[in-house]
Design a protein around this ligand. Structure first.
Ligand code: ATP
Ligand code: MG
Length: 247
C-alpha cells in the first residue's frame, strides 16, 4: 500500500506501514504492533506534539546520560524499526553502549535486530550473548548482557513496566520514553519523557549537546526536577486537550 503524502495522517499511516513490514521481516514482534497502537492513542491527547514537560524531562535525561559512568540504551524491535538510525546517532553523541533486549526474547529475533542495527551502521551492539540476569525477573525476560548489567544509567525507550521496575530495584537510574504517563514504566522511571519516540530521540540528542556545552544550566534543571510532578503536569495537559472543543 502507498500512502498519499498529502493525507492528513500521513506520518501515522507511514509508521504503521513500516512497523508492519518490519514485523514481516521478524524484527518487530506481533505484540509490538499492539503496543504501538496504545502509544498512538496517547499521542492524540498530546496533539502529536512534544509537550514542554517532555522537553524538560529530556534536558534532565540528557544531563544524566552525558555524566553517567556507563550509560546504555536498550533497543527492542519497535525502537530499531522506528528510530534505529537516530538511536545510533544519540549513542555516539553521549557516548553510550547499545544493547538489544527483547521482551519476547528469541535468539533468532535478537540476531535479526542486532544485524539490522549493524546494517544501519551501529558497531559493537550488545545482546547476542545474554549471560547475565536482572534480579527479580524470571527467564527469559530477565536475561541481559554486560551492558545493561553493569550500567549506572539505562535509557529504556518503550519498556515493559515489570522490567523497568526490576532495573530500578537493581539500582539503575532509569530513563523512560513512553507516551502513556500512567503506565508502570512511566511511574517507576526516575526520568520519564512522555513523547513519541521518533520526536524525542533527536530532541534528546540536542539536549546531550546542550548539557555538555552548558553543564551548569542543565545541572540546575536536574536539581529542580520532580518526575512525579512532571507526569501530573502532562496528564493535566492531556485532560485539558480532551475537554477542548474540537477544531
Ligand atoms: P506498563 O507495562 O508500563 O504498565 P503498558 O502495558 O501500557 O505499560 P507495554 O505494552 O508494556 O506498556 O509497552 C508499550 C508502551 O509503549 C505503551 O505505554 C505505549 O504508550 C508506549 N509506546 C508505544 N509506541 C510508542 C512510541 N512510538 N513512542 C512512545 N511511546 C510508545
Ligand atoms: Mg506492560
Amino acid at each position: 500500500m502507498r500512502v498519499p503524502k498529502r493525507h492528513p495522517r500521513y506520518k501515522s499511516l507511514r509508521t504503521r506501514e513500516i512497523l508492519s513490514e518490519m514485523m514481516e521481516r521478524g524484527i518487530v514482534a506481533r505484540t509490538g504492533l499492539i503496543a504501538h497502537g496504545r502509544g498512538e492513542a496517547f499521542d492524540y491527547f498530546l496533539g502529536e506534539r512534544t509537550p514542554p514537560e517532555a522537553s524538560l524531562a529530556a534536558s534532565v535525561a540528557a544531563f544524566k546520560l552525558a555524566n553517567a559512568r556507563s550509560p546504555v540504551i536498550s533497543v527492542n524491535g519497535n525502537v530499531a524499526a522506528l528510530a534505529g538510525k537516530e538511536i545510533i546517532k544519540l549513542s555516539r553523541e553521549i557516548p553510550a553502549k547499545l544493547e538489544v533486549n527483547l521482551f519476547h526474547r528469541s535468539e533468532g529475533r535478537i540476531d535479526l535486530v542486532v544485524d539490522f542495527m549493524e546494517s544501519l551502521g551501529a558497531r559493537g551492539v550488545l545482546g547476542r550473548s545474554a549471560r547475565r540476569r536482572i534480579p527479580g525477573l524470571e527467564q527469559p525476560r530477565g536475561r541481559c548482557s554486560e551492558g545493561i548489567y553493569g550500567a549506572d544509567v539505562v535509557l529504556v525507550p518503550l519498556e515493559d513496566g515489570d522490567r523497568a521496575q526490576a532495573l530500578k530495584a537493581f539500582g539503575k537510574l532509569v530513563i523512560a520514553i513512553d507516551l502513556n504517563p500512567m503506565s508502570r514504566t512511566a511511574l517507576v522511571a526516575d526520568v520519564t519523557i512522555v513523547d513519541e519516540l521518533t520526536r524525542s530521540i533527536p530532541m534528546l540528542e540536542r539536549h546531550v549537546r546542550g548539557a555538555k556545552a552548558e553543564p551548569a544550566r542543565y545541572a540546575k534543571l536536574v536539581k529542580g526536577f520532580d518526575n512525579h510532578q512532571n507526569l501530573l503536569a502532562v496528564r493535566d495537559r492531556m485532560a485539558r486537550r480532551l475537554m477542548e472543543e474540537s477544531r
